[in-house]
Design a protein around this ligand. Structure first.
Ligand code: MN
Length: 250
């Protein structure tokens, strides 16, 4: 069953994370989330076969082809996770703050280069490359762009779970020597820093676009936080309207 592990690890009456629903529409979005859990890391997710194929990348991706970044494959996530930003409450799996660091689309690259250049590939090639542990793809995000490869490590080290991959930037116009991902601590959705997300009661809500429905909120503390935010926003809107009217009169 797809998303079975995702479901088993979470208590949906407590976490604001989205439910384990498999998407039927084909899409090619990607997200990189910055996750301040037990240990700070980045989560890289590619939309594929109705779910988000996911890797936890301790140091985050790099735009420098010289960097080989360890990426531990984790359980598939539901596609709606791609714009999840907020706080996973204590005593829950992955407890901590989540920032949407980058979003965009991706396309598979054909495993066979044409005249030394990588060219767009097919969905079937992507599925095959993933199964073989050597997936080449092109990212078109706000921050992450260009060609990458994620390769499964073959040699098993003692204590290894066999889920270790390496995420590597290919040489192209988007490479940046000495790239330092930690220098860019800003959400691509809300422009907030990780600390701002962590300290903002409003971030307890699951920010899902374009849906405005909040009927999915189950935890009481969460509902409280969202109610407060709604009040604050309503007050802000009134003030903005009043100001606009005054301006019109002038
Ligand atoms: Mn994570």
């Amino acid at each position: 069953m797809p998303l079975e592990e995702y479901k088993r690890k979470r208590k949906f009456e407590q976490t604001p994370e989205p439910p384990p629903k498999v998407e039927t529409k084909a899409g090619h979005r990607f997200v990189l989330q910055k996750h301040d859990a037990t240990r700070l890391h980045y989560d890289f997710r590619l939309e594929m076969e109705g779910v988000l194929k996911s890797w936890a990348v301790p140091k985050g991706p790099s735009l420098d082809p010289a960097d080989k970044r360890l990426a531990m494959q984790v359980e598939d996530h539901p596609v709606s996770y791609f714009d999840f930003e907020g706080i996973i409450p204590e005593n829950n799996y992955g407890a901590g703050t989540v920032m949407v660091w980058d979003v965009g689309t991706w396309q598979p690259l054909s495993p066979v280069p044409v005249e030394g250049k990588y060219v767009p590939g097919t969905e079937a090639e992507a599925i095959d490359m993933l199964a073989k542990g050597d997936l080449k793809f092109r990212l078109d995000g706000k921050k992450l762009k260009g060609d990458f490869v994620i390769i499964k490590m073959k040699g098993r080290r003692p204590g290894s779970k066999g889920n270790e991959w390496l995420l590597i930037k290919k040489h192209d116009d988007y490479e940046v020597e000495g790239y330092d991902i930690d220098a860019y601590d800003e959400s691509v959705l809300s422009k907030r820093s990780l600390a701002e997300i962590a300290g903002d009661a409003g971030s307890a809500e699951w920010k899902s676009r374009p849906s405005s429905g909040r009927g999915k909120l189950k935890a009481a503390w969460l509902a409280d936080a969202v109610a407060k935010l709604d009040k604050k926003n309503a007050a802000k809107n009134l003030t903005a309207k009043a100001t606009a009217k005054k301006k019109q009169k002038k």
